[in-house]
Write a protein that binds this ligand. Sequence first.
Ligand code: G16
Length: 538
Amino acid sequence: MIQVIPTTPYDDQKMGTAGLRKKSKVVMQEHYFENFLQSIFNTIHPEGKTFVVGGDGRFYNDIAVQKLIKMAAANGVKKLIVGQNGFLSTPASSNIILKRHTDGGFVLSASHNPGGENGDFGIKFATETGGQCSGQVSEQIYANSKNIREFKIFDAPNIDLSHLGSQKLGDMEIEVIDTVNDYVELMQKIFDFDALKKLFAKGFTMRFDAMNAVTGPYAIRIFEEILGAAKGSVLNATPKPDFGGLHPDPNLVYAKELVNIMYSDDAPDFGAANDGDGDRNMILGKKFFVTPSDSLAILTDNYNLIPAYKDGIFGVAKSMATSTAVARVAQEKKIGYYEVPTGWKYFVNLMDSNRITFCGEESFGTGSSHIREKDGIWAVLFWLSIIAATGKSVEQITREHWKKYGRSYYLRFDFDGIPTDVANKLMSDLEAKLPPLNGQKLGSYEVVKAEKFVYNDPVDHSSTSNGLRILFADGSRIVYRLSGTSSSGATLRVYIEKFSRDNLDSDPRQMVDELLKIAAELAEIEKRTGKTKADVTT
Ligand code: G16
């Protein structure tokens, strides 16, 4: 029953910031998915091991799950725990890996990237830590993918994943589970659900946009069925292969329906959105947007309001590009503070070694050591808990935070679709320009440090460089990075942060204007890319 199929290598199976992300049509090429999966198996030796499997429901999810099951059986895997119908959110997967002590897991998702036949597909591979595999492991997988000559697959009809329970494929057990149950149980251990039920019983209103992606069933169960939010509070709740044409990236640009509702005159009290695989979140109040960087700072400042954290937290970490708002909270609370490269995997060692409890990123990700991935619904429940405990609105909570700590005006400018060689040259030339800037003035800003960011992991002592940064005397910053999640070409991300202690109520775009001009000129963005402005600003 086990077939050994000859194949030829593809040369582009290198993982980015979070797994392998490609155009769906690339992944649909003959043996493309099989080659990559076999390269993982050849690297990790899966014989006798147990893995968690599922995806965000996007186009090709159903086909890829079946291939994965048949290849796992042929490669000697002992057991797969599969989400019902092949669906599983990234945070739910991390939870099951940890709870059931499995050897890792696979989430078939390109996260916030659009889906459909003309969209993107992706594969995230997690280890027994519950977090995504390290850079070293992904390098080994990449090396194996370049030498692959054959893959193994079980010759069998498709497995029925609609019914819960166990079945066998050869010697391998397949257990189909309702992943929502385990996730709800975890959230109930962290938050005070009774307090949240009382909030909704008093008439509190919310809209949660699941963007036709994987979190719909989780959100309906938690917000509407358990906590008592009004029916219809969860929008776009049915996972669809093409996300109903939506781009499931929870930001002001792509979560348009929710944004229009929250900025209307009869807006509900609270708004939130999640991305394709449920790890990202956006938080909105009535006509009010909370930046992900501020959200991390505010959650950290309020940890004592949450049952699971009320006895204290170890510390907090952010990706370097994320604004420094949380650094000021860490200083005030006298807790550990770390800055890591972009990529959730860099938080895992810090969590495992009890250095941090919370972490977050500017790219709409926040989470804690309850799992080893960012967690969209967790962040929403945390915000609802702060509201329930304080009786304050999202806007009041955020404004009071700025009053106490000052405000980091923060915007990210994305320049998409740049030819890879042009983007790489822009970055290397820019890096060469940085050292002489130290101590110089750029416009009205004085440079205190201009450098390539290098992270030395305090746990495994690995060293990773990620992005270039210019720090100014007043606490403002410019950061440049190339995205590691685009499925074709390169995306240049320019992150601008302007810190102000007292000016708390200005327009963010105006506040960062001079710094943006400095950033664009220094990197020669227009000259090298032909772009006079960013494609997306978030
Ligand atoms: C992934 C990573 C995040 C990262 C984000 C953006 O998120 O898990 O750590 O911040 O990509 O990365 P980049 O700036 O390199 O595009 P997700 O939600 O896409 O898995």
